[in-house]
Design a protein around this ligand. Structure first.
Ligand code: TAP
Length: 455
């Protein structure tokens, strides 16, 4: 292990509460080499046995939900309700992909002169790079299907939020996964993360984080034609048509952008309201925003905790300074990186809070005239991750769903992530899809085998 350490801070108080190792290049190489050595035996584990091990891993995670959730409340300021869901999501994703090893079928293709079959071969070592905003789920969306397909995994948590990943690595061993199959490599993106990109034994990198770093990873991966899955930024729209259930749309809008203090790539941080109901809708929205409970995230009634760090809070603040504030909620005035839910009126599509990903509890509002205008405004961004639309008109719901360029859209709700269904971005929000029935195949390569029949 490298001899450096990182201080881990509780964002609700600003206080350091533990330290973790930060691995250097030699230690990273050693972890990758152990993962490469563990690969042949892991891919050879019989499908039913690999499935059983993943189910056991899921069961061990389930037995530690409260502990894992408690770590995330302290380390990331997530509300306890969210953190329990997140730990449960790791369990569910493991259970879901535990069904995969026994169903990873190839095809038999009719050809003359013999037998032709395809195999979905595991890639080898998969490197997973995780951001700080959802440390547990994003880790699980990578390692669940990667392990199920027969790969070994090295995983780098974000420096700010390493604790749950480190614990999941220990729980994997407790569940009986062999040494080297799933290794947590805490450290810096510029050292550990970069090494996943450059080390030839790492055959695929799954990266979730900023579009800027994602682009550099894609460029770096080209050198070895390394596979990548990228889940990047977003600037998603919540489109409210005049014919919608306005009360319901207004009541749910705060959660769609302020959940996890807005540090969610799927946050509906743009609110598009049809102009005929614009004033009425804002009047309904104001009390909902003011009632959004920002408090100690360990409290079961907390709806929002603090931002992740002091520097991130400064960045978020720059979007509010000098902007037209419609109304704001409340936040504790104590130590810690608190920020109140804030609604801003956009005056132009060039306003930075309308155009850029704020990644904080800031909602930018703009009126639109008709369906065509709504679609044009929603698509006026380099991102394309998620979004919502509210209408009672089924035809319009279908037309707008097809027209908005995003990877995941919900009608009369704000759902983006369900482990049964594909998740990922269009345009500069990403490349590839996680979760759902097909994600497994992105951790494999197809091999075609022809066997001559003979005479
Ligand atoms: P990033 O700075 O991109 O960091 C993400 C991860 O990449 C961290 O583990 C980071 O390590 C590592 N990293 C940084 N530089 C690297 C490099 N040169 N090579 C390899 N790895 C490197 O983003 P962030 O600030 O953590 O997260 C916020 C952003 O991520 C937002 O823009 C958000 O939209 C996006 N995001 C997107 C999604 C999805 S699903 N699309 C989900 C979450 C977040 P360190 O720990 O050293 O920084």
């Amino acid at each position: 292990m490298g001899n450096m350490t990182t201080e881990v801070i509780n964002p609700s108080t600003g206080a350091v509460f533990t330290t973790v190792p930060s691995l250097d290049l030699a230690a990273t190489d050693a972890a990758i080499e152990r993962a490469a050595q563990a690969f042949p035996a892991w891919r050879a584990v019989a499908p039913g046995d690999r499935a059983r091990l993943l189910r056991r891993f899921a069961a061990v995670v389930d037995a530690h939900i409260d502990e894992l959730a408690g770590l995330e409340v302290r380390n990331a300021g997530h509300t306890i309700g969210n953190a329990r869901w997140e730990a449960g999501n790791v369990r569910d994703v493991l259970d879901y992909y535990a069904g995969a090893p026994e169903r990873l079928s190839g095809r038999q293709i009719p050809v003359p002169g013999g037998l032709d079959v395809t195999f979905h071969e595991p890639l080898g070592v998969v490197g997973i790079i995780v951001p700080w905003n959802f440390p547990m789920p994003i880790a699980g969306w990578g390692f669940g299907p990667a392990l199920a397909a027969g790969n070994t995994v090295v995983l780098k948590p974000a420096e700010l939020t390493p604790l749950t990943a480190i614990r999941l690595g220990e729980l994997a061993l407790e569940a009986g996964l062999p040494e080297g199959v799933f290794t947590i490599v805490p450290g810096k993106g510029s050292i550990v993360g970069q090494r996943f990109v450059t080390h030839p034994a790492v055959r695929k990198v799954c990266f979730t984080g900023s579009t800027e770093v994602g682009k550099s990873i894609m460029a770096g991966a080209a050198d070895q034609v390394k596979r990548v899955t990228l889940e990047l930024g977003g600037k998603s729209s919540n489109i409210v048509f005049a014919d919608a259930d306005l009360e319901k749309a207004a009541a749910s809008a705060p959660g769609s952008v302020f959940d996890n203090a807005g540090q969610d790539c799927c946050a509906r941080s743009r609110l598009l309201v049809q102009e005929s109901v614009y004033d009425k809708f804002l009047a309904l929205l104001e009390p909902a925003v003011k009632a959004f409970r920002v408090t100690d995230p360990a409290r079961t009634d907390a709806e929002m905790g603090p931002l992740i760090s002091a520097s991130h809070r400064k960045t978020v603040e720059t979007y509010v300074e000098g902007s037209d504030v419609a109304f704001r909620g409340d936040a504790p005035k104590t130590d810690g990186w608190w920020f109140p839910p804030t609604v801003l009126l956009a005056h132009s599509t060039d306003d930075p809070h309308w155009r850029e990903e704020v990644f904080g509890p800031v909602l930018s509002v703009l009126p639109f005239t008709d369906e065509e205008d709504a679609v044009r405004l929603a698509n006026d961004t380099e991102y394309g991750l998620s979004g919502s639309l509210w209408t009672r008109d089924l035809g319009r719901a279908l037309r707008v769903s097809r027209a908005v360029e995003t990877g995941a859209l919900s009608v009369n709700s704000h759902s983006s992530v369900r482990y049964w269904t594909p998740f990922g971005g269009m345009k500069q929000s990403g490349l590839g899809r996680e979760l759902g029935p097909d994600a497994l195949l992105s951790f494999t390569d197809v091999k075609n085998v022809f066997m001559a029949m003979g005479d």
